[in-house]
Design a protein around this ligand. Structure first.
Ligand code: FNR
Length: 180
């Protein structure tokens, strides 16, 4: 059983990104398990604590170490990634030389109510993850725009078009991570 860690860049209870992440898990083939490491409980990264990590940091780092692949599903905040997501990435990247991200295959899905599907966040995230040596799948890309039109009132992905797109994305992602 391969383990995939899904990092959702929103803490909002009714997060659209979380809805999309949940849908993605539902269309994955058998043989994969998913976890959603918590990023909301991580204290702000502080280099002074490199030798004395907080409990939440240590737990998060262990959770990331334990997964075989990473799927980032994130909103865009002010044309970049949410601070809470950057904080989690920074926490996982240290102490120097002990990054938990390195050499894991990964994918990025950006989700927005807007038309351009979080393009800015997506590209910034790619930049950060390539520096951390995450093997990001380049194609297909997933910019999921106008998301409110694809969900019902309970937050379920009901648009057939979006369902098909996300299923194809998940198939490609699985093929990608199987290369490693
Ligand atoms: C946003 N939002 C937003 N959307 C977008 O497409 N581009 C952007 O630059 C921004 N900027 C932004 C900044 C801040 C601080 C907030 C709170 C929101 C809107 C955002 O896409 C919307 O709130 C989504 O619902 C967030 O995703 P979740 O929480 O539903 O997963």
């Amino acid at each position: 059983m391969k383990k995939i860690g899904i990092i959702v860049g929103s803490l909002r209870k009714e997060s659209f990104n979380r809805s999309v992440a949940n849908y993605l898990t539902s269309v994955a083939p058998e043989g994969y398990s998913f976890s959603f490491p918590d990023i909301g409980g991580l204290e702000l990264y502080n280099q002074d604590l490199d030798d004395t990590p907080t409990e939440a940091w240590a737990k998060f780092r262990d959770e990331i170490k334990a997964v075989d692949a990473l799927l980032f599903v994130t909103p865009e905040y002010n044309r970049s990634i949410p601070g809470v997501l950057k904080n989690a990435i920074d926490v996982g990247s240290r102490p120097y030389g002990q990054s938990v991200w390195t050499r894991k295959p990964g994918g990025i899905v950006s989700v927005s109510p807007g038309a351009i599907g979080g393009f800015g966040a997506h590209q910034h995230l790619k930049q950060v993850l390539s520096c951390l040596n995450v093997y990001i799948m380049n194609q297909p890309e997933a910019y999921v725009g106008n998301i409110m039109e694809a969900l019902d009132d309970s937050g379920k992905v009901v648009s057939e078009h979006t369902q098909t797109f996300l299923s194809k994305y998940m198939n490609s992602f699985i093929r990608w991570i199987e290369r490693f």
